[in-house]
Write a protein that binds this ligand. Sequence first.
Ligand SMILES: [Zn+2]
Length: 110
Amino acid sequence: MGAGIRKNDTVIVRQGKDKGKVGKVLQVLPDKGRAVVERLNFVKEFIRPDRSKNRQGGIMDREAPIPLSRLMLYCGECAAGVRPRSKRLADGTRQRICPKCDGPLDAKSK
Ligand SMILES: [Zn+2]
C-alpha cells in the first residue's frame, strides 16, 4: 500500500525533476503504483488532428502519473514531507496525523 497516499492528499515529490514540489493528488492508480498530481510531472502530449471530431492537432501539457515511492504526504503546518501516524478517533474512524505537529493530514472532502 505505497505510503497510503489517497486522492485529494497534498504530497511532496522526493525524487526526480519535480523534487521538492508540492501538489494535490488528482488520482491514484493502485495497480500501477502511481498517482497523478495536479500541475506536476507535465509531459508533452502530441495530439493528432482529427477532422471527424473537429479537433486540431498540437502539443498539450498533461500530468503524467508519478510513482508513489517518489511521493510523500505533505504537512502544510510543518512545510515538509511527513510519514503519517494513524490515530483512532472517539467515533472509531481513523485519521492520519502529522507526527511532528499532530495536525490532521486527511483532506476535508466531506
Ligand atoms: Zn505537521
